[in-house]
Design a protein around this ligand. Structure first.
Ligand code: ASP
Length: 328
């Protein structure tokens, strides 16, 4: 029988409503959650680990690196076939992508959680855990990078984002649907997963800013982050990757200070492209030397830039943002 390590790391899946304040707080242990996943012993041997009980807004980049090292130590063990990690859903996509970028393994790593706490009707934690464990023991799921499993749907950590603040199927892949499903305890994939670079990271520097572009925005935020000594800037630009002309001076200043600037779109779907040649248009930005991350939300492009800038091997950041589309 295959062995799966389940790493409990907080989130709503481990929460209960505290009657005094009428709101959900961390309360369940890993053992208490596992006891609700009835019958799972017929599928896999489970080894439980308690990593943290954090709500995901409390997760830091440092925590992500600690998690990455811990999960690496589990997948390096011969007796472990796969790993399931629980995580709060709010920042789950960032941790899942961080793990994807920093763990080099063919073994299955699945990140899951719950949208309803154990005090609510329709608590989805046990179902999500059960389907994640079915995924972790699946031969077909091997070598696909880190996967996210919710509501019976599987997504690539590289592509997925939380698109709904309350629905059980909150996780979506812009431009595409899920890469697979878990149906009747079996994992079925609809398409292949794109291979991407894995980074070796020993220590992490998270001084990378994310700026969401709005109408008439000035260079003030960019200048603030340059003056603060930030090492990189991600801009969620308008449409195809354009900014108001008043941001161009800030972008030039960042680039002249060797601070990489990554452009993504604030649109949910589509890709950025050098379509427009006017002041602040994508073509002009590209010619100045910004990088395009073609189809990814800003919070994930920020994780990628943080990891690339923290790589312990000397790498050319340009290479990290070349051929950077998730479109196959
Ligand atoms: N706010 C919670 C968290 O991210 C939401 C959840 O886990 O679903 O920890």
């Amino acid at each position: 029988m295959k062995k799966v390590a389940v790493v409990f790391n907080g989130g709503t899946i481990s929460m209960k409503v505290d009657e005094r304040i009428k709101a959900a707080v961390p309360s369940l242990t890993g053992e208490e959650i596992m006891s609700m996943v009835t019958g799972i012993e017929e599928f896999a041997e489970i080894e439980s680990h308690s990593f943290s009980s954090k709500p995901s807004p409390h997760i830091t980049i440092q925590n992500m690196l600690e998690l990455s090292k811990f999960i690496k130590s589990l997948v390096d063990r011969e007796d472990i076939d796969g790993v399931v990690l629980t995580h709060g859903t709010d920042t789950l996509e960032e941790t899942a992508y961080f793990l994807d970028l920093t763990i080099d393994t063919e073994k299955v790593i699945v990140v899951t959680g719950a949208m309803r706490s154990s005090s609510e009707l329709g608590y989805d934690g046990p179902f999500n855990l059960a389907t994640s464990i079915c995924t972790a023991i699946s031969e077909e799921a091997k070598g696909r990078g880190v996967l996210v499993c919710f509501n019976g749907e599987l997504s690539s950590a590289a592509d997925v984002t939380k698109a709904n603040s309350m629905a059980l199927n909150a996780f979506k892949t812009p431009n595409f649907g899920p890469i697979g499903i878990v149906d009747n305890n079996k994992v079925l994939f609809y398409r292949k997963t794109k291979k991407h670079k894995v980074y070796y990271v020993e220590s992490i520097n998270d001084e990378v800013a994310l700026i969401k572009c709005v109408v008439g925005m000035s260079s003030d935020y960019i200048n603030y982050f340059i003056d603060k000594g930030y090492k990189g800037i991600v801009i969620e630009a308008l449409g195809r990757g354009n900014v108001p002309p008043s941001m161009v001076a800030g972008i030039k200043r960042a680039l002249n200070n060797n601070i990489p600037v990554v452009i993504v779109s604030r649109c949910f779907e589509g890709r950025v492209y050098e379509s427009y040649g006017y002041e602040g248009g994508g073509k002009m930005l590209k010619d100045l030397g910004v990088f395009f991350e073609e189809s990814m939300p800003g919070q994930k492009a920020r994780i990628k830039l943080i990891v690339a800038l923290s790589s312990s091997k000397r790498i050319d950041i340009r290479e990290s943002f070349k051929n950077n589309t998730n479109i196959m």
